[in-house]
Design a protein around this ligand. Structure first.
Ligand code: WTA
Length: 572
């Protein structure tokens, strides 16, 4: 297939074309920009905030925050003080020490960011939870991580089964009129009287920083542990790929419950001393364009599903706003359709730059960076210092234009450190030859561009969110009417994929639309709205292997009218 490349829109970019040199890039060059290169001890929160508060950036706005009821800004100096206060509050009232897990379960607000940074300053491991999680999802994560401290709101507390979480010692509540006792602490009132000076806990570069739970095709969500060393790549990709410069106003639309919302919603922008815009509340096309106009956003990082929704809202909406501040637009999370790139050229007169990475990889790896030609539909090329390849199931590198496993050579700085309490799972990502195997299938063309083809496993990407079919199936079979359930991702023009559930009922239940709705609500209330199946189909029986494993591959083939392939392992 012939594709037309889009050349860079003119600009002076931080990453020049490096095609000849990238294999020799040495990440140590980046380390030398931080003082910990000499001291050996590090703390990401210091590098992201305090460091700038000691320079000309002291009074520069670090955080612009806006939602329906708040409109605030904080300079780097104020962020330093607020995060110091949070650190002191956690230390005095939550007993937080290095290595403790501090989980944060609340909607976006300035306090969420103070809490994240404050906990990191104490050397604690932060666990951000998406605000839409319901009880089952919250419990799994707090239980597995043995979180000692939770920061949440009185409303969300209802979804925390506190009595079933013996490790959870202290709960900080962010809200009004909090009744306190030993366990429940009023975060805001404690913040008011806290000391704005704090002692930073200097840690090793391999000490824990953040724990993101993410889904695989089997088992419960797993805790991907990242360490302070990852900041090298957060910082450098914020320069190279986000192309953040001193005067930029940056907006990442992702929630910190997902890795994009931390690596590039917190760490990357602040490590580079950039003004960072955070907006709370729900998605609405008008509000989004207004955000760009009001703050003068110059660099914008979002997701294909959001761009497709904006595209669906029509071009007339765009014309109502002045978007001339925009300079650089990026996307992550799922394949970025060429059609969306063409739409972006039309309405913004800018290229949308696709980037590829995963929760496990901690930071961007394969990207369209601003100085290179973009081939619409391709994820781009590996960044300097990163070697990517397509390998077969034995670990052999395949030549260009052959589809296979997308793999990365071990050794990039933001690589996950382990899977929490599950070292075998961590090891299972690797193949001989020091390859990290992503679980994505792709091919590389003759020019070294990578093209995403799909997931090798059954993981579903819906509206940019990663959902494990097993988690949804497990919730479904908890419903009294359901005997068996199989869940697949079904292609969808706006959401990438939607969740479709095939369900076999227990005797005595009728296949009604009311029951479908009830099942949908059941998953929504038990897990999260984005995990609830949009489509449910009743079947008398589900295809299973003789060992009883639901064959999602067969369900998918039925759904898409594809050949079912080898059925030799199927029962009857
Ligand atoms: C998918 C999100 C196509 C992929 C940062 C990967 C993509 C999974 C792209 C990780 C892209 C991410 N094109 N697919 N540019 N970026 N993906 O852990 O399947 O939520 O394995 O991390 O998203 O999702 P995760």
């Amino acid at each position: 297939m012939k594709v037309e490349a889009l050349s860079p829109t003119n600009g002076d970019y931080q990453l020049k074309d490096y095609s000849d040199t990238y294999h020799s890039f040495d990440w140590k060059e980046v380390e030398r920009e931080f003082s910990w290169y000499e001291t050996g001890k590090v703390n990401l929160a210091y590098e992201a905030i305090d460091r700038h508060a000691e320079t000309f950036r002291k009074n520069k706005v670090a955080l612009y925050y806006r939602d329906a009821s708040r409109n605030e800004k904080y300079t780097f100096k104020e962020m330093k003080e607020e995060s110091n206060k949070a650190a002191n509050v956690f230390k005095s009232f939550g007993d937080v020490e290095k290595g403790d897990r501090v989980f944060i379960f609340m909607p976006r607000s300035p306090e969420l960011y103070f809490a994240v940074l404050g906990a990191i300053k104490l050397g604690a491991i932060v666990g951000p939870l998406f605000e839409a999680f319901m009880e089952g999802a919250v419990k799994d994560r707090l239980e597995d991580s043995e979180a000692k401290v939770l920061v949440t709101t009185p409303e969300l507390l209802e979804r925390v089964p506190v009595n079933e979480l013996p490790a959870l010692k202290h709960i900080f509540l962010v809200g009004e009129n909090i009744e306190e006792d030993e366990k429940y602490i009023d975060f805001l009132s404690k913040m008011e009287s806290a000391d704005p000076h704090a002692q930073i806990e200097w840690v090793e570069r391999t000490d824990g920083l953040i724990l993101h739970y993410t889904s695989g095709s089997t088992g419960k969500p797993k805790g991907v542990l990242h360490v302070h060393n990852a900041m090298i790549q957060h910082y450098q990709t914020a320069k190279w790929v986000l192309d953040l410069n001193e005067d930029d106003v940056y907006w990442c639309t992702a929630d910190p419950g997902w890795v994009t919302g931390t690596s590039y919603g917190i760490f990357g922008p602040w490590l580079t001393g950039t003004s960072n815009v955070i907006v709370g509340g729900r998605f609405k096309p008008e509000n989004w364009y207004k955000t760009i106009e009001d703050f003068g956003i110059s660099v914008w990082y979002s997701a294909p599903t959001a761009f497709r929704m904006l595209m669906g809202a029509g071009d007339d909406v765009v014309k109502k706003f002045d978007l001339s501040s925009l300079r650089h637009v990026l996307s992550v999370g799922e394949p970025l359709n060429p059609e969306v790139i063409r739409w972006g050229m039309k309405v913004f007169n800018l290229r949308i730059h696709d980037t590829w990475w995963m929760t496990e990889t901690g930071a961007q790896l394969i990207c369209n960076y601003p100085s290179m030609d973009i081939k619409p539909g391709s994820m781009g090329k590996p960044i300097p210092g990163v070697k990517a390849a397509i390998i077969d199931d034995q670990g052999n590198e395949l030549p260009p234009n052959r589809m296979g496993n997308l793999a990365i050579k071990k050794g990039w700085p933001s690589m996950m450190h382990t899977i929490w309490k599950n070292e075998p799972k961590y090891q299972s990502y690797f193949m001989p030859g020091d390859w990290y195997v992503s679980g994505d299938s792709a091919y590389m063309d003759q020019d070294g561009y990578f093209w995403f083809q799909g997931r090798v496993d059954d993981v579903i990407m819906t509206s940019g969110e990663r959902v494990g079919p097993f988690e949804v199936e497990s919730k479904l079979v908890e419903h009294p009417a359901i005997a068996e359930a199989g869940v697949i991702g079904k292609p969808d023009p706006v959401r990438g994929e939607i969740i479709k559930a095939f369900v076999a009922l227990r005797d005595g239940y009728e296949t009604t639309d009311e029951l479908k709705e009830e099942i949908r609500q059941f998953v929504k209330k038990g897990l999260a709205a984005h995990a609830a199946p949009r489509e449910i189909e009743f079947r008398d029986k589900l295809p299973k292997t003789r060992s009883g494993k639901i064959m999602r591959r067969v369900l998918k083939a039925w759904e898409l009218d594809l050949p079912t392939g080898d059925l030799s392992t199927m029962e009857d």
